[in-house]
Design a protein around this ligand. Structure first.
Ligand code: NI
Length: 164
């Protein structure tokens, strides 16, 4: 297990859709273990594989003391939330945005067994944020227009730390 470097806004791997996992092998389990180490070290509530430079559809989470992972997730979403969000790939910046309040994530565990996760509030938000990463999307892309303009202005002004 190891902490891997976290890729930052502008790295192409963060802006490109990731590939479905087809091999539930030792390399996948090492990736997931390293992602959990990296998330805890950051620290963060979630981390998607492209954030460590791997274009595969996997994310890990650490919400309310529960650490987990899911491979090839699909989401079923209901309800509404509007809360402040951040991202380890856009360090320090935080903006409010819409998410669904309830999420069911269906996919597979690291051994290829079917997995169904259900989350409310922060956990639901985490599932959506991380699945967006797997689609090559950062949370900034669906901010209110003035917030998005503010974020891009701060990012384009120079390297991190970015703050708001
Ligand atoms: Ni993120």
């Amino acid at each position: 297990m190891a902490v891997r470097p976290i890729r930052l806004y502008g790295d192409p791997v963060l802006h490109t859709p990731s590939h479905p996992v087809t091999a539930f092998d030792h390399a996948l389990r090492t990736l997931i273990a390293d992602m959990i180490d990296t998330m805890i070290d950051a620290p963060g509530v979630g981390l998607a594989a492209p954030q460590v430079g791997v274009a595969l559809r996997v994310f890990v989470y650490d919400v309310d003391g529960v650490i987990g992972h899911i491979v090839n997730p699909t989401l079923t979403l209901t309800g509404d939330l509007h809360e402040v969000e951040g991202c380890l790939s856009v360090p320090e910046l935080r903006y409010a945005r819409h998410r669904y309040a309830h999420a069911v994530a269906e996919g597979f565990d690291q051994y290829g067994e079917p997995l169904r996760l259900e989350g409310e509030g922060l956990l639901a938000r985490c599932f959506q944020h991380e699945t967006d990463h797997l689609d090559g999307m950062l949370y900034l892309e669906n901010l209110a227009p003035d917030d998005k303009a503010d974020a891009l202005k701060r990012i384009e002004a120079g390297p991190p730390p970015w703050t708001n």
